[in-house]
Design a protein around this ligand. Structure first.
Ligand SMILES: [Zn+2]
Length: 509
């Protein structure tokens, strides 16, 4: 907080504890409004003036109270008592999940079941009082919370582990390997990165050009969302230039599959087994290609299968949005010139904002629906009868048609693709041709069918055939409400150098 270049820089460094409510629907979880501040403290106080125990004791007291007594909420004149259960994480040592020695983790591609930390070995490690030997410095203060133990409530941080860790090293290794084998040059790669069609969902995350110096250093420097975007679309950007049997490509595809699984908001049975085997294959390939050791973040990835099984979707516990929340606090701090008891001022302002939100009775997302310019459509007169029969009641007379709209923070427009179905043959996409909104305020989409040829492993994308003619065969249109989609994230068709069209999804479905 304050001027980072001034003589007092660092004096007002604040630590924050944020929390989210895991039971909220996933589409609301990433909104900054639904990430709440639980605790603020001066970073300098922690460790120097006060112990962790003293700093966090009142937070722990609050959490225990929430768990044992809960809060009472009135809904339509009925009183409900809500009890909470808490999961969070704390880290002091490089691997907080297992007791492996640093040197062992350098070559080990998979998790070692025997070395996993548990309550018993945690207690006996504590009794040793030797942090360099056991990795445990002091008892975790949060263990005082009933039903919580730091060895049982394990959480990973996807953002720091993969987009800001493994993926950065991997992509540098893969790009330098492919350039060395003369499949393309750095200039050509940068030209393709610049000209790639990122589409509506990824426009904000367009990766910057890759510098030669980064490749030589073995780590590309870009933001977490840019690295994710590069890793997701690299197969389409240069896929047709690389032969099917390239070992560097194999490493890339494994990384891509790991990211897909970690970003999934819904998981299927045995996803954890798949993730474990992908990570051990990935780490094996990295050892072979880099001829160096596994870095700590590669080792942490070996525990991802266990965490996925225990906690559910990994992306929902990522700190990627918590970091974005810092800007809210910074904005408040920058608006106030006074620095006396800054933590109190920030907490007071945040509480006022919360009260304003409660009093105005706003829903989870302030505005679910944002609309572009609408056009009146007389469906009964403009569309054939058999199509009108298929429409919901609210669209059978007049309604408004839109070229674009935003629903629950996701932007939709005509001609994007959405996943309509997932069957044994793969995904079935539909191309949006009409977007209607009626009285219910829930958008309704009409789709032109898209033929899926199949999943192409090399490009890690679905090959599709899109009808580019302007004429619409009304009898073939299908429609559904936005909340009935198989998956809510839109994608765009992309034509590659091999003149085939591909559609990709942002995460595993
Ligand atoms: Zn470990």
């Amino acid at each position: 907080m304050g001027n980072p270049l001034g003589s007092h820089s660092g004096v007002h460094k604040m630590g924050c504890v944020y929390y989210t409510i895991a039971g909220l629907p996933p589409e609301y979880l990433s909104s900054l409004d639904n990430i709440f501040t639980a605790y603020l403290f001066h970073s300098d106080d922690r460790g120097n003036k006060f112990s962790n125990d003293q700093i966090f004791s009142s937070l722990v007291k609050e959490i225990i109270d929430l768990q044992e007594n809960g809060v009472t909420i009135n809904i339509r004149f009925e009183r409900y008592n809500w009890l909470f259960c808490i999961s969070c994480f704390s880290a002091n040592h490089y691997c907080r999940i297992c007791r492996l020695y640093k040197d062992d983790t350098k070559k080990m591609c998979h998790e070692s079941e025997l070395s996993i930390r548990n309550v018993q070995n945690y207690e006996s490690d504590l009794a040793v009082h030797n942090v360099s030997y056991t990795g445990i410095n002091e008892p975790c203060i949060f263990n005082k919370i009933p039903n919580f133990h730091v060895t049982e409530n394990i959480v990973c941080d996807f953002m720091h582990d993969i987009p800001e860790g493994v993926a950065r090293y991997d992509m540098a290794l893969i790009i330098s390997g492919l350039i060395e084998q003369n499949y393309f040059s750095l200039a050509e790669l940068n030209k393709r990165i610049l000209l790639f069609n990122y589409g509506v969902t990824e426009k904000k995350n367009t990766p910057p050009l890759i510098r030669d110096s980064d490749i030589k250093k073995g780590c590309i420097i870009m933001s977490a969302s840019e690295t994710l975007c590069l890793a997701r679309y690299f197969s389409l950007i240069v896929g047709e230039l690389v032969p099917y049997d390239s070992i560097y490509w194999k490493l890339y595809l494994t990384l891509h599959k790991i990211i897909d699984l970690c970003c999934a908001t819904k998981i299927q049975r045995d996803s954890d087994v798949l993730l474990n085997s992908l990570v051990s294959e990935h780490n094996r390939l990295f050892l072979v290609l880099s001829k160096s050791n596994l870095k700590p973040k590669y080792h942490l990835m070996a525990h991802y299968g266990r965490i996925l099984k225990k906690n559910g979707p990994i992306i929902l516990t990522s700190s990627i949005r918590f970091e974005a929340k810092h800007k809210v606090l910074k904005a408040i701090a920058n608006a106030i010139p006074c620095r006396i008891n800054l933590g109190y001022t920030l907490a007071y302002k945040l509480q006022l904002q919360m009260v304003a939100r409660f009093l105005s009775n706003l829903s989870l997302n302030v505005q679910d629906l944002k609309l572009g310019l609408g056009k009146d459509v007389h469906t009964y007169a403009e569309f054939p009868h058999d199509l009108v029969d298929k429409l919901p009641e609210e669209f059978k007379t007049d309604c408004l048609s839109f070229a674009w709209l935003e629903y629950k923070g996701i932007y939709y427009r005509k001609h994007i693709l959405l996943v309509l179905e997932n069957n044994l043959d793969g995904l079935i996409f539909g191309e949006v041709v009409f977007i209607f909104v009626g009285k219910s305020q829930i958008p309704f989409f009409l789709f032109k069918p898209v033929y899926t040829v199949g999943f192409d492993n090399h490009f890690h994308a679905f090959e599709v055939v899109i009808d580019n003619s302007n004429s619409i065969n009304y009898s073939k249109l299908t429609g559904c409400y936005v909340n009935e989609f198989y998956d809510i994230t839109p994608t765009v068709p992309r034509v590659l150098g091999n003149s085939k069209t591909y559609a990709t999804i942002r995460y595993a479905l």
